[in-house]
Design a protein around this ligand. Structure first.
Ligand SMILES: [Zn+2]
Ligand SMILES: [Zn+2]
Length: 409
């Protein structure tokens, strides 16, 4: 793990204590990873990683000349792609804590402080908790229950891991039920894992972890949502919504009687994730980085340095005046999830990248936001517009919310 790179923004203010501490941590990291005969490449603006120096020399260069501000992946000092950084670590906790925080960002402080449910039920303002909060308290209580009396691992933690294995191993729902039955028999009395896959899924659904499934025309003309939610055929090309048996052209039906759609879009609501970005004080200040900390020296190291960004600002002055307004980059590329399967089937994930964040954070996978999974087999091409509708609609809703917040102030 690389040390924090937050100090690099002070490359013009090198007497800042944070800069000095950062330089020390950088040197410790670099010498541990890459020193050759006690020398490393010097990343100061003059040496440009071409010249080598001892610890003392590099330290002096960094303090006198300053570090190259766009050297945000310390490749020449042992950092490798995908390596985590201590900037990513907000707090320690189990996977489940993180999932819950992800879902209920507004409860962040509460959850981390681990306060007693009863005493915090009335918050500072003496208000009754709303339904959302009540649901969270319930989940919190449930997730903290040990799997069986005396067990260190919580019920939710075990459940999420089991479901993960099921999904990686592509177990059938029936085999998962069988495993749960077996666990029930062998775990001590008082164990509280759900009894079936159905019940497990329900718990996850109540957590808000599930995505929305929206069927689509097989020719990508339209989505079956809103008024078209119940339609059986595409109103543009007339193709059937449902899978048909190739020999008798009858609609394929699942065991549970439900029809199988030819194509389905999976959509992950954006709102809770965006809220999270602004919840923690630290990330919230990073979300204003492009406005407050970025140095305009003509070097291109962040989208905010680009012409496109600047002309957007000129065109939309009302938007750009508020640095907290979220700017998202959108990326999509197809991939083949089941490499061993003979059938060619690719899905096209749509990823959002919060461009408000500084360069060393906005290109980190952990800060990417998965928005949609567009079904294959071919890429959506121009039809991507059709599949982006749910996202666009949610974004439009935010505009109204922001306006509303403005109004309330
Ligand atoms: Zn140097
Ligand atoms: Zn169609």
């Amino acid at each position: 793990m690389t040390p924090s790179k937050e100090w690099m923004i002070f490359f013009n203010d090198r007497f800042n204590e944070k800069y000095k501490v950062g330089v020390e941590q950088f040197l410790n990291y670099a010498f541990k990873k890459t020193s050759e005969e006690n020398n490393i490449r010097c990343p100061c603006v003059k040496c440009n990683n071409t010249d080598y120096g001892s610890r003392e020399v590099v330290e002096m260069h960094l303090n006198v000349n300053g570090i190259m501000p766009n050297y945000t992946t310390w490749y020449h000092h042992g950092e490798r792609l995908g390596e985590s950084s201590s900037d990513d670590e907000e707090s320690e906790g189990s996977d489940c804590d993180e999932i819950l925080r992800d879902l209920y960002p507004n409860m962040d402080g509460f959850y981390r402080s681990g306060s007693e449910i009863g005493s915090s039920n009335e918050n500072k303002h003496g208000e009754e908790p709303n339904d959302e909060a009540k649901k969270f308290y319930r989940l919190l209580k449930d997730s903290e229950q040990p799997t069986y009396p005396g067990c260190d691992t919580s019920k939710l933690s075990v459940l999420v891991k089991l479901l993960h294995i099921k999904s990686i191993g592509r177990w059938s729902n029936e085999s998962f039920d069988m495993l749960l039955q077996l666990l029930k028999q062998i775990l001590p009395i008082g164990s509280n894992l759900p009894e079936s896959y159905y019940d497990s899924k329900k718990i996850i659904k109540d957590l808000g972890l599930s995505y929305q499934k929206i069927d689509a025309c097989k020719n990508d003309c339209m989505l079956y949502w809103k008024e078209e939610d119940k339609s059986n055929m595409c109103k543009i090309c007339g193709a059937s919504r449902w899978k048909e048996n190739s020999h008798n052209e009858e609609t394929k039906v699942r065991k549970n009687g439900k029809k199988l759609a030819v194509k389905t879009l999976r959509y992950f609501p954006l709102k809770p994730r965006l809220q999270r970005l602004f919840m923690s004080k630290k990330t919230a200040s990073f979300m204003r980085w492009h406005h407050e900390k970025r140095v305009d020296d003509g070097l291109m190291r962040h989208p905010a340095d680009s012409m496109a960004w600047k002309s957007f600002d000129d065109l939309h002055k009302d938007f750009s005046i508020e640095p907290r307004n979220v700017r998202l980059g959108l990326a999509s590329d197809g991939f083949q999830p089941f490499t061993h399967s003979k059938k060619s089937y690719s899905i096209w994930p749509v990823i959002l990248i919060p461009y408000n964040l500084p360069p060393w954070m906005c290109m980190k996978e952990s800060n990417f936001i998965l928005s949609s999974l567009i079904p294959g087999p071919e890429g959506p091409g121009d039809a991507i517009d059709v599949y982006l509708q749910p996202l666009i609609e949610e974004l439009k809703e935010f505009i109204w919310e922001f306006v509303w917040l403005e109004y309330q102030r």
